[in-house]
Design a protein around this ligand. Structure first.
Ligand code: DC
Length: 209
């Protein structure tokens, strides 16, 4: 089974997807980390071929065996990730790899285009959202930066992610839109776990939900 979790930066996707995967006993896939690895590789070598990169995902994120878990979260890598994510060749290489990964087993995959492009057949699709102010507040609390500064950067990144020609950030028509503003993590995870168990039970009894 695949649970697709998409949405803008700061909507809580990573925390929610990780916790939902734990609660369901599914494997968590952070596709943003893959775009970040390509960004880091391109900052180091502008000619880096995304299809040839050895990206390792798990407790730690590795690039050709090097632990880059912290390096890929640096502000310059974050900005570059949003730029490389607009490159159709990068998207094609990463989407192919993501499809191979999720082909077997049970997954909670988090990104921007999981329910629309990577896995339009995902059994559960959730589009997580929150107000821009709330998203910036959460990111500022994590990084120790000011909410105003985070909000300005976030607006720029959101605009680029939503306006890009290839796989722009948008909710799949059949996604459940979940606004997390004012909800606790436990409440959001509960909703996703319930949705997933209901869909699975419906499939197993031959009905649709
Ligand atoms: O979720 P994140 O902040 O780690 O994502 C990093 C960048 O990659 C962000 O600009 C959006 C982009 N991205 C994407 O275009 N498609 C995905 N499936 C995941 C991330």
């Amino acid at each position: 089974m695949l649970v697709a979790i998409d949405g803008p930066a700061g909507a809580g996707k990573s925390t929610v997807a990780r916790a939902a995967a734990d609660a369901l006993g599914f494997t968590y896939l952070d596709t943003g980390a893959m775009y970040r690895c390509v960004a880091l590789a391109r900052l180091r070598d502008p000619g880096a071929d995304p299809a040839a990169l050895e990206i390792g995902l798990g407790e730690r994120v590795t690039l050709a065996g090097e632990d880059v878990s912290e390096a890929i979260r640096a502000p310059e890598v974050t900005a570059e990730a949003s730029r490389v994510a607009a490159d159709p060749a990068v998207r094609a290489a990463l989407v192919a790899r993501q499809r191979e990964l999720i082909a077997g087993g049970d997954w909670v995959a988090e990104g921007r285009d999981i329910g629309t492009v990577v896995a339009p057949d995902a059994e559960v699709k959730v589009f997580l959202d929150a107000t821009p102010q709330e998203r910036a507040r959460r990111r500022a609390a994590q990084s120790g930066r000011s909410a105003a500064e985070v909000l300005a950067e976030q607006e720029e990144r959101d605009a680029r992610d939503r306006a890009r020609e290839h796989a722009p950030l948008t909710a799949a028509p059949d996604a459940v839109i979940l606004d997390t503003t004012g909800l606790t993590l436990a409440e959001v995870v509960d909703r996703i776990v319930n949705l997933s168990t209901t869909r699975r039970a419906a499939r197993e009894t031959g009905r649709t939900a």
